[in-house]
Design a protein around this ligand. Sequence first.
Ligand SMILES: O=c1[nH]c(=O)c2[nH]c(=O)[nH]c2[nH]1
Length: 289
Amino acid sequence: MLISSTYGKSNVKFLKVHRIDETKHNIIEANVEVLLRGSFDIAYTKGDNTPIVPTDTVKNTILVLAQKENTWPIERFAATLVNHFVNKYEQVGGVEVKIVENSWSRIGDHPHSFQHEGPETRRTVLDYEKASGKLQLASSINGLTLLKSTGSMFYGYNVCDFTTLKPTYDRILSTDVDVSWRYDPDMISTLGLIEKYADSGLFDDAYTKARNTTLDIFCEEKSASVQATMYNMSQKILQLVKEVADVSYELPNKHYILYDLKWKGIDNDVLFYPSPDPNGLIKCTVGRN
Ligand SMILES: O=c1[nH]c(=O)c2[nH]c(=O)[nH]c2[nH]1
């Protein structure tokens, strides 16, 4: 028995240029995934392809809509894609769209030259169910690598016969931030509202507030633990963006270990080994009361 199924195209990539005038441009580089679900069972169970919208068609659609429609911000483009697939094909009962945006930023105020900011990406995931009209929209930042060389502690933890870790009142804290925020489905309840909120700047504003909050608290807080710091970041984002229902962080604790140079008579507190593995991995989701 077929329990569940979904299919579509992944890794559909494009760079789009928006020409404000002849020399002043904006760009967006994105990687899109569209997965369809619905009345496709006979394709799996009977080898009958009648209902299948080929994944090649899905790819063509993503590219044509990216060319013709507004792709800023990615949340709006996700809604445009969902709208198209649920309205065009009767057999499509639901769609999940994921968009990953690369981090190109303008070089100074140059009108058409951009710098890639590294592996950090801005993402969104939109899931829509045609029958109920229910949607779920979440956006995120991934791969924002941070390090602070003091202002982080870890002590007072459970100690048992397996414990070798020594308490520390001053350590290096480093992580690759993965933060996502889920929009309140009661506030953003239709595809039309996504369009409206995109026009009002909500999605760019939430992204900026989530990113700045992460950076500010990382810099300024004397961290008791990764757990405490990520909770404080989440609380602050909830406070700043009322349309967000909950915030999730997933943070590796990337360990930097002091080299032991006692063999040379050196009491080392400045030279660390960037340990590739293992790493701590700490996750939480914080909502409203
Ligand atoms: O912030 C931390 N949280 C932990 O749970 C933990 N465990 C550990 O060994 N070091 C750390 N650091």
